[in-house]
Design a binder for this molecule. Sequence first.
Ligand SMILES: [Zn+2]
Length: 95
Amino acid sequence: MKAIFKKEILNDPESENSTYTNFTLKRNTEFCCEKFKVFCKKFTVWSYEHGKFAIVDQITYEGQSIQPIDFCPFCGEKIDYEDENEPSKPIKKKK
Ligand SMILES: [Zn+2]
C-alpha cells in the first residue's frame, strides 16, 4: 500500500526560533487490507513525528515507546511512504 503524507514545517510554540516537522497522513490513503484500515480507525497509529505508521512497542514509566513500521502487521504488505510534494517516482517531463 502507499501512504501519502503531507509534510509541514511549523513553528515551535515553545521556543521562538525553532521549528518542527509535522507529517499528516492524507485521508485518501488506500489501505492494503480491511483489518489495517479498521485498526487505524480504532487506534492512533500514525506518527506525526516520524511520518510513518507506528505501533506501541513498550509502555514505560515515561510513557510509551513506539516502533515505526514498514510492513502491514496484518497482511505483511510493504508500506510505501510518500511525500505528496515529492513523489518518489520520477515524472517524465514533456519537452
Ligand atoms: Zn494489510
